[in-house]
Write a protein that binds this ligand. Sequence first.
Ligand code: F6R
Length: 609
Amino acid sequence: MCGIFGCILKEGTAAPLIHASLKSLEYRGYDSVGIATINKNKIILKKDQGKIDEVHRIINLDDLPGKIGVGHTRWATHGAPLKINAHPHLDCTGQIAVVHNGIIENFSELKLELENLGHRFVSKTDTEVIPHLIEETLKKDSSLSLADAVLETVKALEGSYAIAVISTIEPDKIICARNESPLVLGVSKDGVYCASDIPAFLPVTNKAVLINDGELIVLSSAGYEIKKIRDSSPVSRKPEIIDWTPEMAVKKGYPHFMIKEIHEQPATLRNTLRMQEHYLDLIATFLDRANEVFLVACGTSYHACLAASYMFSKLAFLPTYPVYASEFVEQHGKSVNIDSTILAVSQSGETADTLAAVTCAQQRAATILGLTNVIGSTLTRVSRVYIGQQSGPEIGVAATKTFTSQLSVLAQLALRLSKKRGKISQDEMDALEERLENLPDIVDTIVQKQEKKAKQLAKKYKNSKVFFFLGRGISTATAYEGRLKLMEISYVPSIAFPAGESKHGPISLIEPGFPVVFICPKDGSHRTLISNIMEMKARGASIIAVVEEGDEEIKELSDDYIEVPKGIPEVLSPIPFSVPLQLLAYYMALEKGHNPDTPRNLAKSVTVK
Ligand code: F6R
């Protein structure tokens, strides 16, 4: 997730507005920043790594001349957060500048083809193929307009993109295109604007034109033209008046970042399906060779590791040991060795306990692998191989979208390892891969259909003093995560156990009306889970079940239930099943009058650069 902005002004210079607009998009990424303008038929470009204010202090982002320009604030996915990888990116001639938000899945193939044609690349980004492709398209047919060359170029791209292109070839235009990354236009009497999000131009206009997937836009001082990428047919769309305050606009109209991020999960999960294959393969190879594998993390990331230990075991027959990072040194510090592999999972890549565990393992010559959301974080620097989960910045303190993304990446790793080891049949593999592809849509359905239900449940149970969360097998991880979410933002004491353990002590807490949340996928443990539900019910507990649609047996036994679509494979179940629990926690916090974005005593680790 990055922020892009472009503008064509009637008067004045574009750079100060681009700078201010990027600042209001910094919540979309803040690894590096860059601006390119056109003046006297030349592209003038400034960019550097770091946050916008830091970069501005050093290179002054306001003094580029020209009425037309584009800018970018980056969240690194391909290539470290370095100046060389900062946008805008140029073609070989320096006549075409491109900013991009998204992931070009086929960039390696395109890059190779372009290199064979003599193009020189300077960055490690996927984006850089775009200016070179436009250059190549125009080289082949110089009669094409810039818009036509961009149109041909985007047809060759696979993946997600919102791009803005300027060129000295037609110095009075910005060409934009969109596929699965947000793009919106702004119009005012002073100029036209394109941006990833409305906050970027809200201070200068509240007239916005929303752009759909598969559309290409030509911006000029005369206004905007939209056409379909597929067949170049024109699209007519009038601006709408946006009545959001700037604060509402940053949250896309949602009251809190947490609920915005819960709703973003279909998109963030789609991004996890665009991982760089090479890195997934590499990590799978290291896991395959390891003598022992520790999955090390804290908090929510630990729950992802716990779920992953079931995935690796069931799909790849690889035993792995999920360990709380804060316990790693005491528990394994003396035994970890050159034959051990540590897969450290940390959204921020900066959590002190996780890094301490990694340091200890590294000193004993273990192999360190990393999964993180922040490329350039300490974890990426200390890992032998790392993979970025590509979720974009998470502003709400409670992890939501980053959790489901971690699970998706870990499931993909487990599948790869399974393939390598030949552990499951091709049919099973195909079915799992298909379900993984469908998960963004499944999660979308849950968010759309179950939010109201979660709200009602929060209202009904808002005075409960304690909650239980129970699940069996991989759903134990889901139960732990549901408990953590509820506890950390609504401050309701909560307890989670593997359901089978509940009768070895915790059951003594149960008295009439005690709410017990059961995670009930239709997997191999369904029957035994029903026995656990009966035990709790017999003691008067109020049963709240997260069930698959059509699971009438459990619905009958429950006081309340939230449904998820049916047919979800066991190993993938924590992804959809945790979403209703996120919603429940969010609405419980609201019922209790707490701000879910800023739970007391908690803060998110931020990247130290
Ligand atoms: C809970 C939460 C925390 C983090 C934990 C680890 O919602 O966000 O429990 O999961 O602090 O953080 P990372 O993943 O950045 O290492």
